[in-house]
Ligand binder design. Structure first.
Ligand SMILES: Cc1cc2nc3c(=O)[nH]c(=O)nc-3n(C[C@H](O)[C@H](O)[C@H](O)COP(=O)(O)OP(=O)(O)OC[C@H]3O[C@@H](n4cnc5c(N)ncnc54)[C@H](O)[C@@H]3O)c2cc1C
Length: 479
């Protein structure tokens, strides 16, 4: 009799269109041990939002495995080898991970398991095209999006695979999946100080079923996506990000369902491609999670003193006095998600109006977002901060008031999240100082800064950074 194969679930928490799982079913002749390992080393960066979302998702996965999901907590090599001992398995199969921490973990696990005679195989990826595949005509990695997209579109697109059936899920000792909440990192950066660490009220449609329902709902309005995707006050986007992150749906499945000819479908596919582009950039530049992709921008002077920390706290709490920024930051606090247009505005505000380090903002987003994803988040931040490869130039500074007037003209979004302004009509509710000069006081905070003054300061800092970069590179040449 063939011994069971361990299928190590990671960012592929689904039974359909899962090539690595299909391979495990073949190798194990239908006899599988389904394992998820909570690795404290990786959980260290998980905030309450992702912790709780993961917990709910694992619960849904467990239900689809007849309650046979084996959840372990500890070093993955030790836990997998222990499960192998308990079940007689000699093989571990998993979907390949491409994030820097995941890659080094996988190399360690493969080696450690190999030493005790267990083979480990990684295949497929959480992307349509494996990171590292698309190249420029001269064979170099793509630095900017447009050539990447051209190359990405010319790669063959595999048909989604059917859901695995006829599997016997072999049990083994497991911790309770609800314990996942306990692994949320206790270490918080000191600049978070006493900011909230409660669990946000996230979209309850979790797991593979939830992902399918979310996609079905989006298909009804995908054709309008090009017109509505930038309007935070309407449900114009797919809301699939957390599902794509945990792999309760694969982007292959999403593309197969949105392959129509409409402009909306075309723009949507391009957004999926941004996700793949950022994974590719991270693959080639693992240091970009912390370091500016444009080295010159590392010279940008940012503030880190007590006043800077105070500014950060007000930003994170949604108390800047700029209504669109505050609405976004409050949506993040309440729901663990924020609309893409508003993510860009809030990130730009932190860097260019408050003169803070983009890494502080990126860390807060990772802490609060249910879709927190190292590639999309760090590079989304680098884009907004003007430090990325394909970034908006630093000197193009979003005006938070004009952004509100353009993308939330009726104030639907702002009034939903900034409750003090619920009864203030547009365009008044979109202005800094929106709560002032009215008949009845609203309690909304006065603007913490003057955007025009801080814009001038940001541009001065930018020119200073450019000069420092130029003089250090010419000194380098002389030396
Ligand atoms: C500062 C900043 C931080 C961000 N952090 C994250 C993050 O941690 N996790 C994350 O998934 N996305 C992040 N994004 C990208 C984007 O905001 C979200 O993917 C999107 O808002 C999710 O909502 P949706 O699923 O309804 O998107 P839709 O508009 O329906 O897009 C469909 C899918 O395409 C992908 N996508 C869309 N826009 C982008 C983009 N700009 N970059 C990369 N992928 C994209 C996502 O997987 C998304 O689910 C960030 C963007 C910025 C500007």
């Amino acid at each position: 009799m063939v011994s069971p194969v361990i299928f190590w679930f990671r960012r592929d928490l689904r039974l359909s269109d899962n090539p690595a799982l299909c391979d495990a079913v073949r190798q194990g002749e239908g006899s599988l041990v389904a394992v998820f390992v909570i690795d404290p080393a990786l959980a260290a960066s998980v905030g309450p939002a992702r912790g709780a979302y993961l917990s709910e998702t694992l619960r849904a996965l467990d239900a689809s495995l007849e309650g046979r999901l084996v959840v372990r907590r500890g070093d993955p090599a030790a836990e997998l080898s222990d499960v192998a001992r308990a079940t007689g398995a000699r093989q571990v199969i998993a979907t390949e991970d491409f994030a820097p921490a995941g890659r080094s973990r996988d190399a360690r696990v493969r080696e450690a398991l190999g030493r005790v005679g267990i083979t480990t195989t990684f295949l497929d990826s959480p992307y349509v095209v494996r990171p590292g595949t698309v190249r420029t005509k001269t064979g170099t990695p793509c630095k900017v999006f447009t050539p990447f997209r051209r190359g990405w579109e010319s790669e063959p697109l595999a048909e989604p695979l059917a859901r695995v059936t006829g599997v016997t899920w072999v049990g083994a000792p497991s911790v309770d999946v609800s314990d996942v909440r306990d692994v949320v990192a206790r270490r918080r950066p000191e600049y978070f100080a006493d900011l909230p660490d409660d669990v946000p009220r996230f979209d309850a449609r979790v797991g593979e079923e939830g992902a399918r329902a979310t996609l079905e709902e989006f298909l009804a309005h995908v054709d309008a996506y090009a017109d509505t995707r930038n309007l935070p006050g309407v449900e114009g986007t797919s809301r699939l990000s957390a599902h794509l992150h945990l792999g309760t749906i694969h982007p292959r499945q999403v593309l197969a369902a949105t392959n129509g000819p409409s402009r909306g479908a075309e723009v949507f596919r391009s957004e999926i491609c941004w996700r793949e582009f950022y994974a590719d950039v991270l693959f080639h530049h693992p240091e970009s999670t912390r370091r500016e992709l444009q080295p010159a921008m590392a010279h940008l002077r940012v503030d880190r003193d007590a006043a800077a920390r105070e500014r950060f706290q007000r930003w994170a709490r949604g108390e800047t006095g700029y209504p669109l920024v505050d609405a976004g930051m409050r949506q993040l606090l309440e729901e663990g998600w924020m609309h893409n247009r508003v993510r860009m505005v809030c990130a730009s505000f932190l860097v260019k109006h408050l003169h803070l380090d983009w890494r502080w903002g990126a860390e807060w987003f990772m802490w609060r977002l249910v879709d927190g994803d190292v590639a999309s988040n760090q590079h989304g931040w680098q884009w907004a901060a003007g430090t990325g490869t394909d970034a908006s130039p630093f000197h193009r500074i979003f005006n938070p008031t004009l952004q509100g007037e353009r993308f939330d003209p009726e104030g639907l979004y702002v009034r939903r999240y900034v409750r003090e302004l619920a009864d203030v009509a547009a365009p008044q509710c979109l202005q800094p100082g929106a709560g002032e000069g009215l008949l009845a006081p609203t309690g909304y905070v006065a603007p913490m800064i003057d955007a025009a003054t801080e814009r001038t300061d940001a541009l001065a800092r930018f020119h200073e950074a450019r000069d420092v970069a130029r003089s250090s590179s010419s000194m380098g040449r002389v030396g």
